[in-house]
Design a protein. Structure first.
Length: 277
């Protein structure tokens, strides 16, 4: 079992690197984009798409599939990157990212296979995810709904309305993951509008909460394996991450929230993100 687990973790780490390389590929094609928040989510997306989610890339509208909503829609380069790796779309489509007539824009488009919600305006994904989770219960379906939120996004009040409603309806089939990279567009979250003791807030709203290192693949899959964290409550996973994780020059700075990606920068990123063997 230990050897099998080690092999799974190694595979997921390799996929996370491939996702990061694809993020840079897409944003290089676009010439600019949201680098930092895309890179910080790569390990989480690898574990979700290649370990946890029940999905069929060959049948993206399979009724019993798990639903994943990227509420922090500005990180669409990360979603496109993992959808390409998982086989929902061709990897060559990344070369048209943000291009004229391309289905891949800076924010997710529901017309793209594997995308469950067109997001971009922050603060709406959790409410829609709650609707999906409630719909599953009403229809007697057992699919699970996962919503990824940015921590800066939690400054939007609509998240807290959805959090309250989810707890009231005991939606144990709903999980929110906070990509807690602690940086937003204009600076550190704590300086722009401090979220305070985030875990305590969510518990006060009736959720069960776990906190992990969002780049520790073993911790990620353990946290996913344990879902739901309570039989009568929604679950929240706070994943502490590093903005721009994976390339040294983009890490832990708001300057790479959104920036230009030149040929030289792209090559520098690929040099640091060696292609897995």
């Amino acid at each position: 079992m230990a050897n099998n687990r080690a092999a799974v973790v190694d595979k997921l780490k390799c996929e996370a690197t491939n996702i990061r390389r694809n993020i840079w590929r897409a944003l290089h094609a676009a010439g600019s984009g949201h680098v930092g928040g895309s890179l910080s989510a790569a390990d989480l997306l690898s574990a979700l798409y290649f370990y946890y989610l029940r999905i069929r890339p060959e049948d993206p509208n399979w009724p019993d599939r798990d639903r994943f909503v990227l509420s922090k829609g500005h990180a669409n380069a990360a979603l496109a990157a993992v959808l390409a790796r998982a086989g929902f779309i061709g990897e060559d489509l990344l070369d048209s990212f943000y291009g004229y007539d391309s289905p891949l824009g800076m924010h997710p488009d529901i017309m793209v296979p594997g995308v469950e919600m067109s997001t971009g305006g922050l603060g709406h994904g959790l409410a829609v995810g709650l609707g999906m989770a409630c719909g599953a219960k009403l229809k007697g379906q057992d699919f699970r709904t996962i919503v990824m939120l940015g921590d800066g996004e939690l400054q939007e009040g609509s998240n807290w309305e959805a959090a309250m409603a989810a707890a009231h309806r005991a939606c144990n089939n709903l999980t929110a993951i906070v990509d807690r990279n602690k940086i937003q567009q204009s600076g550190r979250v704590s300086e722009v509008l401090d979220l305070g003791t985030l875990a305590s807030k969510w518990r006060a709203f009736g959720w069960t909460v776990r906190e992990i290192d969002g780049h520790d693949m073993c911790a990620i899959i353990d946290a996913l394996d344990d879902l739901p964290y309570a039989y009568d409550k929604p679950s929240l996973l706070i994943a502490h991450t590093v903005k721009g994780k994976g390339t040294s020059f983009t890490e832990d700075t708001y300057l790479w929230h959104n920036n230009t990606v030149t040929d030289a920068i792209y090559q520098r990123a690929l040099d640091e993100l060696k292609e897995p063997e």
